[in-house]
Design a protein around this ligand. Structure first.
Ligand code: ARG
Length: 456
C-alpha cells in the first residue's frame, strides 16, 4: 500500500507494524472535525492567494462529498493509511485527483491533529455543560417536592441530626454547579486554534492563522507554534474535571445504592433504571448506580494515563501523543452516558416519605436539640452535652427514645428541663429551628432553592 509520505523509503513496513502504529481505529471519531479543519485551511489558502481559487473550489467540493459520506458512515478507513488525517487526504486525492495533494500546503498533521482535538472537545464539553444543567434541574425538582420530607442526616454513617431531604440532595446540586463552572472555565483553553503552527516552527507560506481560526469559530490562536503542537493541557484539564465530576456522581451513586436496600428503603428506583437477577426472582438491583460508581475508576485511570504519557516528552510533537485519544474518547462517552443515566434515575425515583418519617422517629438524632435546650437555659454546653448523653443512655437501657421519656425521667438528670422540651424534640421542630444561613431549616432550604434557580 503506497504511503503519502513514502518518497524517502526503500521498503514498506509489514502490516502488523502498521497496525501497531495506526490510530485510525479510534481517531475516526474525529472525522467531522478533521474535514472542518481542512475546509477552513483550504479556504484560507485560497483567500490569501497561496492556492488558485479553481483548485480550492475543487478541493472544497471533494471535502463536501467526503463529509456527506462520513455523516452516512460510508467511508472505508484503512489501517495502512495510519490515521484519520492520511485516510481522508488519500480519499480526497482518489476522489478529485492530484490537485487534492495541494490541501496539505502550509500544514502538518501535528497542527491538524491538535486542531481536531480542540474542535472535538469544544463541542463535547458544551454538551456536557448542557447535560449538567439538565441534571441540576432534575435535582431541583426532586428537592422542591421534598422540602418537608424529614430524613436522618448522617456523619460517620451514624444518625446525626434530622434534615430536610431536599437539603440533602441539594448538596449534589452545588457539587455539579462547581463542576459546571470548572468545565466552563476550561473552555478558555480549549477554544484556541493551533492551526497554521505547521509541524512546529510555522510555515514559509503567507498564511492567515486568524482567518482559519475565525472560520472554525475559535476565539484565539496559539501565540507560539511549538506550544500549539505540543500542548495537551486542555485534555488533561478535561480529564481532571471529569474525574472530579465522576467522584461526585460516584458518591451520589453510593447513596442511591444504600438508600435502595431493604435496610434503608429510603427510595425506590424506577424499574426502567434497575435490573433483575438471573437466579433470584425477588431481586431488583441498582446496576446503573453501581456501574457509574465503578466507571469512576476508569476515568481516574485516563487522567493518570495522560499525565504519565506527557511527563517525559520533549518538545514538540512525539508519537507518544497519539496516546491522548482513547482515554479522552472514553471519558467523553462515559461522562455523557453517566450524566444521562443519573438524570433519569433521579427523575424517576420514588422517595419513600413515610419510611423516612419513621426513621427519624426511631433514633437519637434529636439529642442535639435537648443539649441546645439546656444551653439556652443557661447550662454550659459541655454540661448540657453530658446530661443529654446520660438521658440517651437511660433510653438505651429502657429500650426507648428521648420522646418516650417522662418529664420525671428527664428531671432526674436536670431540673432545668420543663414540659416545653417535648415540642422541641419533635423532628419537624429540629429541622425548622435550624434556620441559620445555609442550614436545613425549611425556610433556609426554600431560599437555597431560590438561589439555585437564579444561578442555573
Ligand atoms: N495520529 C497522530 C496522532 O494522533 C497524528 C499526528 C501524527 N504526526 C506525525 N508527525 N506522525 O498523534
Amino acid at each position: 500500500m503506497t504511503k503519502l509520505w513514502g518518497g524517502r523509503f526503500q521498503k514498506s513496513a509489514e502490516a502488523w507494524v502498521d497496525e501497531f502504529g495506526a490510530s485510525i481505529g479510534f481517531d475516526q471519531q474525529l472525522v467531522i472535525e478533521d474535514i472542518a479543519g481542512s475546509i477552513a485551511h483550504v479556504t484560507m489558502l485560497g483567500e490569501t492567494g497561496i492556492l488558485p481559487q479553481a483548485d480550492v473550489t475543487q478541493i472544497l467540493q471533494g471535502l463536501a462529498q467526503l463529509k456527506e459520506k462520513a455523516l452516512k458512515h460510508e467511508l472505508k478507513f484503512q489501517v495502512a493509511q495510519e490515521d484519520i488525517h492520511l485516510n481522508l487526504e488519500k480519499m480526497l486525492i482518489d476522489l478529485i485527483g492530484p490537485v487534492g495533494g495541494k490541501l496539505h500546503t502550509g500544514r502538518s498533521r501535528n497542527d491538524q491533529v491538535a486542531t481536531d482535538m480542540h474542535l472535538y472537545l469544544k463541542a463535547r464539553v458544551s454538551e456536557i455543560i448542557t447535560l449538567l444543567t439538565t441534571f441540576q434541574q432534575t435535582i431541583l425538582q426532586q428537592a422542591e417536592e421534598n422540602i418537608d420530607t424529614i430524613a436522618p442526616g448522617y456523619t460517620h454513617l451514624q444518625r446525626a441530626q434530622p434534615i430536610s431531604f431536599a437539603h440533602h440532595i441539594m448538596t449534589y446540586f452545588w457539587m455539579l454547579a462547581r463542576d459546571k463552572a470548572r468545565f466552563m472555565e476550561s473552555m478558555k483553553r480549549i477554544d484556541i486554534s493551533p492551526l497554521g503552527a505547521g509541524a512546529m516552527a510555522g510555515t514559509t507560506f503567507p498564511i492567515d492563522r486568524q482567518r482559519s481560526a475565525d472560520l472554525l469559530g475559535f476565539s484565539e490562536v496559539y501565540a507560539n507554534s511549538m506550544d500549539a503542537v505540543s500542548d495537551r493541557d486542555f485534555i488533561v484539564e478535561f480529564l481532571n474535571n471529569s474525574a472530579l465530576l465522576m467522584t461526585h456522581l460516584s458518591r451520589f451513586a453510593e447513596e442511591i445504592i444504600m438508600w435502595s436496600t431493604d435496610e434503608f428503603a429510603f427510595i425506590e428506583l424506577d424499574d426502567a433504571f434497575s435490573t433483575g437477577s438471573s437466579i433470584m426472582p425477588q431481586k431488583k438491583n441498582p446496576d446503573m448506580a453501581e456501574l457509574i460508581r465503578g466507571k469512576t475508576g476508569r476515568i481516574y485511570g485516563n487522567l493518570i494515563g495522560l499525565l504519565t504519557v506527557l511527563k517525559g516528552t520533549p518538545l514538540t510533537y512525539n508519537k507518544d501523543m497519539q496516546e491522548d485519544k482513547e482515554g479522552m474518547f472514553d471519558t467523553v462517552h462515559t461522562v455523557v452516558g453517566a450524566l444521562k443515566i443519573f438524570e433519569g434515575m433521579v427523575r424517576t425515583m420514588t422517595v419513600n416519605k413515610s419510611r423516612l418519617q419513621e426513621a427519624v422517629h426511631s433514633d437519637f438524632s434529636n439529642a442535639t436539640e435537648l443539649a441546645d435546650y439546656l444551653a439556652t437555659k443557661g447550662m454550659p454546653f459541655r454540661e448540657a452535652h453530658e446530661v443529654t448523653g446520660k438521658l440517651v443512655f437511660t433510653c438505651i437501657q429502657k429500650g426507648c427514645y428521648l420522646l418516650d421519656l417522662t418529664l420525671d425521667d428527664m428531671q432526674k438528670e436536670s431540673a432545668l428541663i420543663e414540659a416545653d422540651v417535648f415540642d422541641l424534640l419533635a423532628p419537624t421542630a429540629a429541622v425548622s429551628r435550624r434556620n441559620s444561613y445555609g442550614g436545613t431549616g425549611f425556610e433556609q432550604v426554600k431560599e437555597q432553592i431560590q438561589l439555585a434557580k437564579q444561578q442555573i
